[in-house]
Design a protein around this ligand. Structure first.
Ligand code: MEV
Length: 311
């Protein structure tokens, strides 16, 4: 077996969709990840699709998404020939919300970098993953690839002259639960939907943007102070805005109700919405266990995570 590369999954605590329009987002890497392992092969380049499980031969079908991902990475790394298999595995949900497309790109790039000794910097890995994100949806903010590359808890602002990323320090990492709604959704579709809504109602959106900006600033302060009750309240307010944006869903709302009834400090969708995943803030192992149990009882898959473990 050859080299392996890892791309981290992410949870957005604040600001999905708002970040696309240059407002700040707060996101954390989670322990869940995608790993790409290099294996020697006899004939050409192959890989396996994480969603369908299908073995895909590079070059055979240019229309396949995984081949398009590989094409971008090969162009950027200068590696495009050889006899090898890129064996992909993940413990993340690939249904949306955990940044699986960014993690895929980061894991493949890091695997090739290690195997061929390319000396690719983290900034370059991030750039390549951003190019791949553009394949998945036309207007990514860059938050997913940034968290997947650098890890940790980050304050992220998309900018015309380059994105801004700052690490947020916490007194101690905090427990949270990710809950999979079971509904697969497409990030691009959700981003395009929001764009359309904003074009229809620009005034409503500018009011929402202003309100969200205040939420993000307060949230950063509350996180730094370890005021988790305050963070929870702000997450609920962020969710109200996402509801107004119409990117929540019946299943996400059902999950949020179950989490809050079980004592979660706050709960909201995480990622693009319209399905995908929700996140509940549950400081302490006992509360985390209780909330996860309630969601499982309601039929949802759950992932217990820690927010604020530095990358
Ligand atoms: C997706 O994880 C987050 C969105 O804000 C899109 C993006 O930032 O590129 C919905």
């Amino acid at each position: 077996m050859g080299a392996a590369g890892v791309g981290w999954g992410k949870a957005i605590l604040f600001g999905e969709h708002f970040v696309v329009y240059g407002l700040p987002g707060i996101a954390a890497s989670i322990e869940l990840n995608t790993t790409c392992t290099f294996e020697k092969n006899k004939s050409g380049i192959a890989s396996n699709d994480l969603v369908t499980g299908e073995v895909i031969r590079y070059g055979d079908d240019k229309g396949k998404r995984l081949n398009q991902v590989l094409e971008i990475i090969f162009n950027e790394t200068g590696i495009r020939e050889g006899n090898f298999r890129l064996a992909m595995s993940t413990n993340m949900s690939v249904k949306g919300g955990m940044g699986s497309s960014a993690a895929l790109a980061v894991s493949i790039t890091r695997c090739l970098d290690r195997e061929f000794g390319l000396g690719i910097s983290d900034e370059k890995v991030n750039d390549i993953a951003f190019k791949v994100e553009k394949l998945f949806h036309s207007n990514p903010s860059g938050i997913d690839n940034t968290v997947s590359t650098f890890g940790g808890l980050l304050w992220f602002v998309k900018g015309g002259m380059g994105n801004k990323m700052e690490r947020i320090g916490v007194k101690r990492p905090v427990e949270a639960v990710l809950i999979d709604s079971g509904i697969i959704r497409d990030t691009g579709e959700a981003v395009d939907f929001v764009k359309g809504q904003r074009e229809k109602e620009p005034e409503k959106f500018s009011g929402m943007f202003e309100e969200y900006n205040g939420i993000a600033l307060d949230a950063r302060k509350a996180i730094e102070e370890g005021d988790w009750k305050g963070v929870g309240v702000l997450m609920n307010r962020n969710q109200e805005l996402l509801r107004e944006m119409e990117v929540s869903s019946k299943e996400i709302e059902e999950i949020i109700t179950a989490c809050l009834n079980a004592g979660a400090f706050g709960a909201k969708l995480t990622g693009a919405g319209l399905g995908g995943n929700a996140i509940a803030l549950t400081p302490g192992r006992n509360l985390q266990e209780k909330v996860a149990k309630e969601c499982k009882k309601a039929g949802f898959e759950t992932y217990k995570i820690l927010i604020g473990v530095q990358g």
